[in-house]
Write a protein that binds this ligand. Structure first.
Ligand code: PLP
Length: 458
């Protein structure tokens, strides 16, 4: 994919920016001796020196090590208290270790974790999900990745269609099927994918978001089982649907007998029922991972009556044996207890009220800081999720959003913020407000951003 350097670096003094980055790296090294020692130790036996290779994607000279995380704060091993706007990239969207989830885990801690059987929590979680999202039938997974993998499998089985459709620049976890991009308008398998041996183009179509004729053309063959989509793209920077897009897209999808799966893993930031519920979109299936158990590993997927009936029939018609859906620890007692607490006591309308209002103030504050430094950047908000992007107007497609990504500039900004006591997500410029984030936390972020931008502009 091409990157549009003059646009995304417009208004910056790149020489100053590079000097700033060098200085900030030195500050980080001086500030974090205990993290440095632990990183050196971890380098002896952990591949890439971290538990998961992505953890290298933070723009820090070596991995920051955490002592503990509570509410909106992460305490690192060198004793710095960092205000956390990353919140585990949504896993801790409702704050770290929310009290009701912690209490539920403590209650369950001496009562067993996994039996391959239901507890009282199972039925309760089913009705909480059904009430919240308006879909009647639910199943579970250990991650949003797996929830996506399973719903796609159910839908392929239920419809007898093999193909799925995704939007260019999407991310739905590491479900293989979706790693297909448009390059100069042509679909290609994502080159970064490791160990992929099947040709993903055979069963995955990819079109630009917000482009109805492309969607219509891709579904016209009547062979696409489902569209797997985030209602707002969030993983290539945010791309909002244009007014009326989803109404028209749903009509096209249904006209071709295709089903719509909404992955609300990130857009649950919108409100208690996610983006779809708030905007009158009626998906046939919905996926939610990350924060649904307060950060405890688990995920859920829901289905309409009609889809559930077809899924049940597919299972009944299949020969006995492995379905390809599920893992041993799925629906375990600990996860069910965590979800029950999170859904009933943490992800509440009152929590959202605070998050949305403060996110609005954060978005306004960032706009003011950007304007003070005369940068041609924009700010997008989806409920509790706020992002600034290196372009004057919000991108309309994945290709447009991709063109203005700038890893070096992002790292520089993120590191500058981190050294000033503020953490934002290492991927693009995303920030989340949790129920415990305060006005003064937002003030700290805005002040730090102001300092960073002052250091990299003329
Ligand atoms: C929209 C969306 N769906 C699914 C996932 C996968 O989540 P997990 O990595 O927890 O499986 C992600 C991860 O970022 C995501 O952004």
């Amino acid at each position: 994919m091409n990157h549009d350097e003059p646009t995304r670096r417009a208004g910056l003094d790149w020489g100053r920016a590079q000097a700033f980055l060098t200085a900030e790296r030195e500050v980080y090294r001086q500030r974090n001796p205990r993290s440095a020692a632990l990183a050196a130790q971890a380098n002896e036996h952990l591949l890439f020196g971290v538990p998961l290779h992505w953890m290298k994607d933070w723009g820090t000279p070596f991995a920051l090590h955490v002592d503990h995380a509570h509410a909106a704060t992460v305490q690192d091993v060198d004793g710095h208290s960092l205000v956390d706007f990353c919140l585990g990239d949504t896993g801790a969207m409702f704050g770290h270790a929310p009290a009701p989830v912690a209490a539920a885990l403590q209650r369950q801690a001496t009562r067993g974790y996994t039996t391959m059987l239901a507890t009282e929590d199972a039925a309760a979680v089913g009705s909480l999900l059904s009430e919240r999202f308006g879909l009647p039938w639910w199943q579970f997974a250990m991650s949003a990745t797996d929830a996506n993998r399973y719903i796609v499998r159910w839908i392929r089985a239920a419809t007898g269609r093999k193909k799925i459709l995704v939007f260019n620049g999407c991310y739905h976890g590491t479900i293989e099927d979706v790693f297909v991009d448009l390059v100069d308008g042509r679909p290609v398998q994502r080159e970064s994918l490791l160990g992929q041996v099947h040709d993903l183009l055979e069963h995955t179509a990819v079109v630009e978001f917000n482009h109805l004729p492309a969607l219509e053309a891709a579904l016209a063959g009547g062979d696409v089982a489902c569209v797997l989509a985030e209602p707002v793209m969030t993983n290539i920077g945010m791309v909002l649907p244009e007014p009326g897009y989803w109404d028209a897209a749903q009509a096209i999808i249904h006209r071709h007998g295709t089903l719509l799966v909404m992955d609300e893993t990130h857009t649950i930031s919108t409100g208690p029922g996610g983006y779809a519920r708030a905007h009158g979109i009626s998906p046939d299936a919905l996926v939610l991972g990350k924060p649904v158990g307060g950060g405890v590993p688990c995920a859920v997927y829901g289905m309409s009556d009609a889809l559930a009936a077809r899924a049940v029939k597919a299972k009944q018609d299949a020969p006995p044996g492995h379905s390809g859906i599920g893992t041993t620890l799925t629906g375990n007692m600990l996860a069910m207890a965590a979800m029950r607490a999170a859904l009933s006591e943490v992800m509440t309308p009152a929590a959202y009220e605070h998050m949305l209002a403060l996110a609005g103030r954060l978005a306004d504050g960032i706009r003011q800081v950007i304007s003070r430094h005369q940068l041609p950047w924009c700010v997008t908000q989806v409920g509790a999720r706020v992002e600034f992007q290196f372009c004057p107007n919000p991108p309309r497609t994945g290709s447009e959003a991709d063109r203005i990504l700038d890893g070096e500039l992002e790292h520089l900004v993120h590191l500058g913020l981190l050294n000033r006591g503020v953490m934002i997500t290492p991927f693009h410029n995303m920030m989340l407000i949790c129920p415990q984030t305060t006005e003064s936390d937002v003030g700290l972020l805005l002040g730090a951003l102001d300092e960073v931008l002052a250091a990299i502009t003329p």
